[in-house]
Design a protein around this ligand. Structure first.
Ligand code: FNR
Length: 371
């Protein structure tokens, strides 16, 4: 199999399944409980129909846009996924290099396989990366981590808020976790907290603070100047709270179907969130950005999220699957495919640039309406 044979994001998944070992595949591919949300994440996009305009000059299509003011070649970023070395020996470093080559932004995970030093060293001059944070019960550790990444020039902090307890990912739990990989994990192990009996997930997550609450955000604002984005918001009320508390944005995400099963897909949540935000006096799209992740597998999925008000979308599995399948070259090819697909979608939709994409281009009648 050759990378040039890959035609879409699903192709990489098939190859990754063949190439990865059982433990790694189970960890990456699993969702929680009955995996209903996992399946629904992509399916929800298929309920949104497109409403193209014709006779627009689409000779040139411009995919470029900005995330938090930073340039990106396409409104797509690599979301944090733990344990990148289960895909490839270079793990998160390989994703970092591929992100640079493709002109997109990477969000580096707390639960990385590579050390923080290795991840930061992998950046090219001037390359923008964001950081994903699991908040430690030992707040001193979290403080040190934030200060470190801020000093090193990481540009935003995405605090994961959908995982006060890690979901039950049964495929993963059937494998006893044997391999070690992260620096944080090693530190926790010396404190005797790591339980290896229930799969990778349980083994590495025991430090996460389940008592984290809205009022605690103040501590973060006092201790960092980095923009703070909440990753894992799933309804309008919490989106409004994030805005009122002073966050720079939110990711509508259900953690790739790995946390609460039967949570709605991010794209399904987006309309109620945008409707609520637009009613808030302090809201503007420039100062509070909304992202969506989960099930983004086609260029048209990106288009639909933008049409409904998102600034950009995140991808999780497509990046680690393409990395497992063909190394960094695979990741670059996967991103190129997203670009080709989005370009074609925008041309056929009559939208020459990202700014042209709006709500009139999609029909959301088949999405569930909360109100
Ligand atoms: C994740 N995700 C995740 N999120 C997070 O905030 N911290 C983490 O450590 C991880 N780890 C992780 C591992 C693996 C193997 C997967 C698949 C996902 C969630 C991730 O950032 C993102 O929200 C989803 O992956 C998006 O869904 P798709 O693109 O995988 O469908």
């Amino acid at each position: 199999l050759d990378v040039s044979q890959m035609l879409n994001a699903f192709d990489f998944e098939q190859v990754a399944k063949l190439k990865m070992n059982k433990e790694g595949w189970a960890y990456y591919s699993s969702g929680s409980d009955d995996e209903i949300t996992l399946r629904e994440n992509h399916n929800a996009f298929q309920r949104i129909w497109l409403r193209p305009r014709v006779l627009v000059d689409v000779a040139k299509i411009d995919l470029s846009s900005q995330i938090l003011g930073f340039d990106t070649s396409i409104p797509l970023y690599i979301s944090a996924t733990a344990l990148g070395r289960l895909a490839h020996p270079d793990g998160e470093q390989a994703l970092c290099r591929a992100a640079h080559a493709s002109g997109i932004i990477q969000m580096i995970p707390t639960l990385s396989s590579c050390s923080v030093d290795e991840m930061l060293d992998a950046r090219a001059d001037g390359q923008i990366v964001f950081s994903q944070l699991y908040v430690n019960q030992n707040r001193q550790r979290t403080l040190e981590y934030i200060q470190r990444i801020e000093a090193e020039g990481v540009r935003a902090l995405f605090i994961t808020v959908d995982a006060p307890q890690l979901g039950r990912r049964e495929k993963d739990m059937r494998n006893k976790f044997s391999k070690q990989g992260t620096s944080i994990q090693k530190a926790d192990e010396t404190e005797g907290k790591v339980n290896r009996d229930q799969g990778v997930t349980r083994a590495i997550s025991s430090f996460i603070d389940p008592s984290l609450k809205w009022e605690d955000l103040q501590w973060f604002f006092e201790n960092t100047k980095l923009p703070i984005i909440l990753k894992g918001v799933q309804c309008a009320e919490d989106a409004v709270l994030a805005l009122r508390y002073g966050c720079a944005g939110i990711v509508l995400s259900n953690h790739g179907g790995r946390q609460l099963d039967l949570a709605r897909s991010g794209i399904e949540v987006l309309p109620e969130v945008m409707a609520a935000l637009r009613k808030e006096p302090g809201y503007s799209k420039q100062h509070f950005e909304v992202y969506v992740d989960g099930g983004i597998r086609r260029g048209a999925d990106i288009f639909k999220a933008l049409a409904l008000g998102a600034t950009a979308v995140g991808i999780g599995r497509p990046s680690i699957y393409s990395l497992a399948a063909f190394g960094p070259e695979g990741v670059e090819r996967m991103i190129e495919i997203f670009k080709d697909e989005l370009e074609m979608c925008m041309r056929l939709m009559g939208t020459p640039s990202v700014a042209h994409i709006c709500e009139e281009h999609v029909i959301t009648r088949n999405l569930a309406d909360h109100f």
